[in-house]
Design a protein around this ligand. Structure first.
Ligand code: RUB
Length: 307
C-alpha cells in the first residue's frame, strides 16, 4: 500500500509544484524513504513490494524524465542486491538501508552539481552575456559560479505557458547576477549579443538529442545561426539507456488549461511540455564527468561503465 505522503509527492510532481528533472528525482528518492518509514510491512519481501509500487507511481508522475526513472531503478537495484546477498533480514534493517541510500544519493548529486558548475563556468567567456530558457537548477548553479568568477550577465526567457523563467530570473537576481527577462519569442532578437546559451536537460538520447522544455529547439536554431555556443548542463543520469535499444523518448503533453483559461469554440489547443533539439545544434553536454560533444556521449558513458 502506497503511503498517502508518497501519493502527495506524486501529485506535487504532476502539478509541477516540484519542477526540474533534478528536483523531481530528489523528491522521488525522498519518497522511497518516506514509504519505508511509514510501512507496516511484516517482512522484507512485503516492504520491497511496497517500494516497487511507490516507485512505479513516482516514475509515472512525469513520463519525460529519465533521471527520475534511472534514480529509482538504481536505488531499487541496490536494495535488492543487498537483500539477495543476505545483508537485510528484517523490515527495520531495510528501512535503515533505504535511509542510508537516500543520504548517499543526495551526497552524490550535490557533488555532480558542484562539478558541472565548475566545468560550465569554464566554458563562459568573462563579461559575456549568456541566454537561458526555463528553470534548470543545474544551469542556475553554473550561472552563479560563472558570475562570481567572470562578471557575466544573463538573459532569460519567461517560458510560456508555466513561466518557469520567472523562477530563474528571481533566483539569479537574488544571487546578484545581472539578469534581463524577455518573452520567448524575443530570443532571436537578442541572440546577436549572446556568446553562450545554457539550458538544462530532461532527457538525452543515444544519438545525442536533447529533450528539454518546449522552445529549446527554436533557441538552438537561433544560436546556430549566430554562431553562439549551445550547451546543455546535465547530470549523466539524464541519459536514457533505453534509447540505445530504439526507444523514442515520450513527449509529455499537458492540459490546454495551462495555455487558455477558458476554451475557445472551434479552437484546438496543443501543449507539449518538451521538444527535441537535434545533436547537430548542440556544442556539448556539460556533465559531472566533463564537457562531452553529443557524438561521443554514448561512448564516454560506456567507457566510464555508466551504461
Ligand atoms: C524544466 C526543464 C529543465 C530540466 C532540467 O521543465 O525543462 O531544463 O528539467 O532541470 P519543467 P534541472 O519545469 O517542466 O520541470 O537542471 O533542474 O534538472
Amino acid at each position: 500500500m502506497v503511503s498517502p505522503r508518497v501519493r502527495k509527492i506524486c501529485s506535487d510532481i504532476r502539478s509541477m509544484r516540484i519542477q526540474g528533472a533534478r528536483e523531481i528525482a530528489k523528491a522521488a528518492i525522498e519518497a522511497l524513504d518516506v514509504q519505508a518509514a511509514a510501512s507496516k510491512a511484516r517482512s522484507v519481501k512485503a516492504m520491497q513490494r511496497e517500494l516497487d509500487a511507490a516507485a512505479r507511481m513516482l516514475a509515472a508522475a512525469r513520463p519525460t524524465e529519465p533521471m527520475l526513472r534511472n534514480s529509482l531503478n538504481n536505488a531499487l537495484r541496490y536494495l535488492s542486491s543487498r537483500i539477495i546477498r543476505g545483508h537485510v533480514r528484517t523490515p527495520h534493517e531495510l528501512r535503515l538501508l533505504v535511509s542510508k541510500e537516500r543520504a548517499e544519493y543526495m551526497r552524490s548529486i550535490a557533488e555532480a552539481m558542484r562539478r558541472i558548475a565548475e566545468y560550465g563556468a569554464a566554458e563562459i567567456p568573462a563579461r559575456s552575456t549568456v541566454l537561458t530558457h526555463c528553470h534548470s537548477h543545474t544551469v542556475t548553479e553554473v550561472l552563479k559560479l560563472a558570475h562570481a568568477k567572470k562578471r557575466i550577465s544573463v538573459i532569460c526567457t519567461e517560458t510560456r505557458p508555466r513561466y518557469q523563467g520567472l523562477l530563474t530570473a528571481a533566483e539569479l537576481a537574488k544571487a546578484g547576477v545581472p539578469v534581463t527577462l524577455i518573452v520567448d519569442s524575443a530570443a532571436r532578437h537578442f541572440m546577436d549579443g549572446v556568446r553562450t546559451v545554457l539550458v538544462g536537460a530532461d532527457a538525452i538520447t543515444s544519438s545525442g538529442e536533447l529533450v528539454n522544455k518546449i522552445g529549446t529547439s527554436l533557441i538552438a536554431l537561433a544560436a546556430a545561426e549566430e554562431n553562439a555556443n549551445f550547451f546543455s548542463c546535465a547530470e549523466t543520469f539524464k541519459f536514457d539507456p533505453l534509447t540505445l535499444w530504439g526507444r523514442v523518448e515520450p513527449i509529455e503533453e499537458r492540459k490546454a488549461g495551462e495555455i487558455l483559461r477558458s476554451r475557445m469554440r472551434g479552437v484546438a489547443v496543443r501543449n507539449p511540455a518538451f521538444d527535441v533539439t537535434p545533436a547537430r545544434y548542440i556544442t556539448a553536454y556539460i556533465t559531472e564527468i566533463g564537457v562531452i560533444p553529443p557524438a561521443s556521449l554514448t561512448a564516454v558513458l560506456m567507457r566510464n561503465r555508466m551504461l
